[in-house]
Structures are given as C-alpha cells and as structure tokens.
Ligand binder design. Structure first.
Ligand SMILES: [Zn+2]
Length: 137
C-alpha cells in the first residue's frame, strides 16, 4: 500500500511568527498589539501598518470569530488532502478585528454561512505544528 503523501505545513521557526505558533500549541491565539497606537494585527509583521512602530506586545485573542468569507474545496489541489474533500477554507474575522485564513470544521460545508459565529479549536498536526481551526459556536 502506498503511504499517504505528507501535508505541507507552515514554517513555525520564523522569528516573527514563532510566538503565534507557540501560542497555538498551548491552545490560544496570540495577536500582535502595537505599543504606540494599540492596533491589533494578524498575520504577524515587524511593523504596525497603522503607525509604522516596531514596538509590540503579544496578546491572547478570545477565540471568538465569525465567517467573513469562505469557499468549499471539492477538488484536492494536493494529494495529501484528497481524503478531506469537500472541506471549507474560510477567512474568519476574529472578535478583535483581524482576519485569519483557516478552516471551518465540525459542520457540513453546505451549512456554513457568512456571519456564522465560530469558536477556535486546535488541530495538532505534528510535533511542532498546531493549526487553529474554527467550529460553530
Ligand atoms: Zn501602531
């Protein structure tokens, strides 16, 4: 029997994103907050897009979100995902404001709607990587 292909995974050792991935491994979403203008941002970046400050802190998100936009994937674009179709790839709007690309899980894809309230859940996919995903709240 042929072994299942390995899933492509995010790089978790990048200095800018490492705290985010460490948070996911502990079961929390961490967001960057600017220490000069208080803007909260995601994905992590070295400077604030609002005021260009590089001073930041990491703050935990509530884990509450809503569906901002989504697609249902019916054709796997990578062999490692063939058994998962159909699945939902969504842009979720976190309660704190930033958007995040993720999956909506634990619900039939045809039941997903824009504006649907969501709650984060975590999928430990390797020793290093835990992915934040979302399920109906
Ligand atoms: Zn700022």
């Amino acid at each position: 029997m042929k072994a299942a292909p390995r899933r492509p995974l995010p790089q978790v050792s990048d200095i800018e994103t490492k705290p985010f991935w460490e948070g996911c491994a502990r079961g929390e979403i961490l967001l960057q907050r600017c220490l000069d203008c208080s803007a909260v941002r995601h994905p992590p970046s070295p400077i604030c897009s609002g005021c260009l400050s590089s001073r930041l802190e990491w703050v935990p998100a509530s884990g509450n979100a809503t569906v901002y936009s989504f697609v249902v994937v019916h054709r796997a674009f990578h062999a490692a995902f063939e058994e998962d179709v159909p699945y939902v790839v969504a842009i979720v709007e976190l309660e704190e404001g930033p958007h995040m690309l993720s999956n909506v899980v634990e619900v039939p894809p045809e039941s997903v709607e824009i504006g649907m309230p969501l709650r984060v859940c975590f999928d430990c996919v390797s020793d290093e990587v835990t992915l934040p995903k979302f399920k109906p709240a």
